[in-house]
Ligand binder design. Structure first.
Ligand SMILES: [Zn+2]
Length: 369
């Protein structure tokens, strides 16, 4: 039997079938990002238009991608007409996940499915989704999501870790990872967040290496954990100069934990919240220090609106009349929602191309196609 070329073996060992990745495969993808020195955009979606635009952008850029929804995004996915907010959040997130499970393979890339911030009052949302994933796994199918975020950064470290330790074994049992937050991300997202009035040097705003080590020691034996660390990042887009990103904070945590473990690698898998509008060199530094996931929400919202806005300006009458009252020209081919929603999708695809380049993940998909 011929000896295989070592580089092809390495490639095969790190390649995965296209589609949603969970459990071991999720960890394989995340480790490939860290080993390859790149990160994936985690894009907040609110409906099939944004989901499809993210999949299209990932396929076009030959990159794997992370699709996530906030509790508000999940609710919107279910339809604002559903009265029961809890039910809508659970069903909307499940609907989003099932849509992605159905389509991802066809786009030929690996997709991580995730839910964004869940503070104390949103824990039942995550538990509702875990119940649905348990039913999937019991029927021989993968869980709905690759990972969930629990954000108790507004509470004491004791309470934060205790609640994560309660939920993590249940998640680990069905191959779901946990993203925790240590230190708080400024700004606000769907009612979860913190204002920026605190002193910028407030220890609470910047993740402390000793807190990271403690969380790591207590949680990593229970399941797979990733960490959203605060290094001056905020949700939303602020005027340049208002926010000082300090990615070296991430390096300090990596070094502190690596030293305690007696390893010289980067043991932590870090998440960058509030990536919209960040300076390119700070993004690169964060990736160098172990960030494998950067959340993008605000910039994608703007891209969609900007695209549609341009279309409306170009064809204003089509949004007021079915037939032009003066010329009797029919406007059907302009007001058909597929026309202007598609313009919004294309605008999102264009904005995401920039993210794939910034994060160094373009052309790096590990999907075996
Ligand atoms: Zn966030």
């Amino acid at each position: 039997m011929p000896v295989p070329d070592p580089s092809s073996v390495r490639k095969a060992a790190h390649s995965l079938p296209p589609g949603v990745v969970t459990g071991r495969d999720y960890i394989t993808l995340l480790e490939a990002c860290k080993a390859g020195g790149y990160a994936l955009p985690a894009v907040n979606v609110i409906g099939t238009n944004t989901v499809n635009a993210v999949l299209e952008a990932a396929a076009k850029n030959k990159s794997d991608v992370i699709i996530q929804c906030s509790n508000g995004g999940a609710r919107f996915f279910a339809g604002e007409g559903l009265a029961d907010a809890h039910e809508a959040r659970v069903l909307g997130a499940a609907s989003m996940a099932r849509h992605v499970h159905t389509l991802a393979k066809a786009y030929g890339v690996c997709v991580i499915l995730h839910t964004d911030h869940a503070d104390r009052k949103l824990i039942p949302w995550v538990e509702g989704l875990l119940e649905l994933s348990e039913a999937e796994v019991a029927s021989g199918r993968p869980p709905l999501f690759s990972s969930h975020m629990i954000d108790l950064s507004a509470e004491s470290l004791d309470d934060n870790i205790a609640e994560c330790a309660r939920l993590l074994p249940r998640m680990a049992k069905i191959g779901i990872s946990l993203e925790i937050e240590l230190g708080v991300t400024g700004g606000e997202e769907d009612g979860v967040g913190h204002d920026l009035d605190d002193n910028a040097d407030n220890a609470h705003l910047y993740t402390q290496p000793e807190d990271v080590l403690r969380a790591w020691n207590e949680l990593s034996p229970l399941g797979h954990v990733t960490i959203a660390a605060s290094f001056g990042n905020v949700h939303g887009v602020y005027k340049p100069g208002n926010v000082q990103l300090r990615p070296e904070i991430l390096l300090h945590s990596q070094e502190h934990v690596a030293k305690a473990l007696g390893s010289d690698a980067k043991p932590l898998s870090l998440v960058f919240h509030g990536g919209s509008g960040s300076e390119k060199e700070k993004i690169q530094a964060a990736v160098d220090y172990g960030v494998f996931k950067m959340n993008i929400d605000t910039d994608v919202q703007f891209a969609f609106a900007h695209g549609v806005g341009g279309y409306v300006e170009e064809h204003p009458k089509a949004f007021r009349y079915q037939i032009d009252p003066e010329t009797e020209a029919p406007y059907k081919k302009f007001y058909d929602p597929r026309k202007w929603l598609r313009v919004g999708e294309k605008s999102v695809v264009e904005r995401l191309e920039e993210a794939f380049v910034d994060l160094g993940c373009a052309g790096k998909s590990i999907a075996s196609v």
